[in-house]
Design a protein around this ligand. Structure first.
Ligand SMILES: *Cc1c(COP(=O)(O)O)cnc(C)c1O
Ligand SMILES: [Zn+2]
Length: 425
């Protein structure tokens, strides 16, 4: 019934020998059917999503530790060629894992780490996924590097494309925050604002990808490659913890790809013997104004009902999340949960993280930290267990979210008397 294709040869596919490293094929996540590596994203048998299959061989900690301080130290675990580090790219990854003692104390947690991905080249975790997609697009000989985006992805695609010297076209919902628009337009002359929400933009991108030759839409037709980039977050967390897995992890959910792949990464590390196997709990974070996965989790149902997003967490505003059902599975399997918070709670959490740890996060990070707080308060997360929370983006991109919360305490004359009178000391 299911058709199994043999592994590709460079000659058969026109691809460079070793173009995808240890990756050997594309595997359907629904029915397991495999096919040759290529710019494909849907199963020919059942239309299920495809993901990358590997034959890793022997990968050691020493080999990884000898690599560069960016995602390419994990190249043996990614669908990239061996010489990937020499290609023109933004070298994302290996971001800080901060021991968040103050926030932990504030929330009543014994041990909390913040994985701070706001320090990536374009200030969000999206630089990771885009780097892998760019490598794939290059190997496929694509002439346009494109994406539908809620903002951060467009920034990352436009910047990486500029550095690689490939034409970029990025599509965004027209109501996006000005800083996110400028952060794309500075790198590309092809920022296209679409009258509609992200799900409309995504549908348009799929249509263009089907009609136009040579367009690599990072999160559409090269999505299996793109998605693998999120695994590096999981690898880094484990390596930075001293080659072990955390007990609990809180991850934001837009399409659900990141959460799914961090879980995949932990599983691979166990399988390769790079970390010890142990139970860990995965928690997903959404904004109440776009919480289709959280709603399904709480209702205990398997189907995710698409919603029309209405939240300040625009980078998470995907009403019809492609990997939502896999997020549900993982949360249930690992004894985790998917939770959501209101826009007010998101704003509070942005300020909380800034005031406790000196980290300015965007609304997505406010969502994740807000959900962490709620999970503790509702007893869903065990305060005794070691927890990691991922900050995926930078607050300078969503300044508007907090401009009515913070600002100058007072304005005074430039005199010592005025300082004393203001009661600041
Ligand atoms: C894209 C994005 C996410 C989550 O993305 P997934 O689609 O779930 O992989 C989280 N945070 C930020 C800041 C993002 O831009
Ligand atoms: Zn299938």
């Amino acid at each position: 019934m299911s058709l199994t294709l043999s592994a590709p040869t460079a000659a058969a596919t026109g691809l460079r020998e070793g173009a995808f490293g240890n990756a050997v094929n594309l595997v359907c996540r629904e029915c397991g059917t495999t096919r040759d590596l290529g710019p494909f994203y849907a199963c020919a048998e059942c239309f299920g999503p495809l993901e990358i299959g590997y034959e890793f061989g022997n990968v050691t900690r020493e080999q990884i530790e000898a690599g560069p301080a960016n995602i390419w130290r994990y190249k043996a675990l990614l669908p990239v060629p061996d010489d990937i580090a020499e290609s023109p790219n933004l070298e994302p990854g290996f971001t800080r894992l901060l021991d968040a003692k103050n926030l932990a104390a504030e929330l009543g947690l014994k041990k909390l780490w913040v994985k701070d991905d706001s320090t990536n080249p374009t200030n969000s975790f999206k630089d990771r996924v885009v780097a892998i997609a760019l490598s794939a697009a290059t190997e496929f000989g694509s002439k346009v590097f494109a994406c539908p985006s809620t903002g951060n992805l467009a920034n990352a695609v436009a910047a990486a494309g500029a550095r690689a010297g490939i034409r970029t076209v990025v599509f965004i919902p027209s109501n996006l925050e000005t800083p996110k628009q400028v952060n794309s337009a500075i790198y590309t002359e092809n920022l296209i604002a679409v009258d509609g929400n992200y799900d409309d933009v995504n549908k348009l991108a799929s249509e263009i990808a089907g009609e136009e030759d040579g367009w690599a839409f990072v999160n559409v037709n090269v999505r299996p490659f793109y998605a693998e980039g999120s695994k590096t977050l999981g690898y880094e967390i484990a390596e930075q913890l001293g080659w072990r897995l955390p007990d609990q992890i809180v991850i934001p959910v837009a399409s659900g790809s990141q959460l799914t792949k961090v879980h995949k990464a932990f599983g691979e590390l166990v399988k390769l013997g790079l970390v010890e196997d142990k139970p860990y709990r995965v928690f997903g974070a959404q904004a109440e104004g776009c919480s289709p996965v959280s709603v399904a989790h709480k209702a205990g149902v398997d189907a995710i009902r698409p919603v029309k997003p209405n939240t300040i967490a625009k980078s998470l505003a995907i009403g019809n999340p492609a990997d939502g059902i896999y997020v549900l599975d993982i949360a249930r399997e690992t004894n985790g949960a998917v939770e959501d918070v209101t826009d007010e709670e998101i704003r509070d959490a942005i300020v909380l993280l800034a005031r406790t740890e000196g980290i300015f996060t965007e609304t997505a990070g406010g969502t994740t930290v807000g959900v962490l707080k709620k999970l503790v308060e509702t007893g869903q997360l065990d305060p005794e267990l070691e927890t990691v929370v991922i900050n995926t983006g930078h607050g300078l991109k969503t300044l508007d979210a907090v401009t009515d919360r913070v600002g100058a305490r007072t304005t005074i004359a430039p005199t010592y008397d005025a300082f004393v009178a203001a009661g600041i000391a």
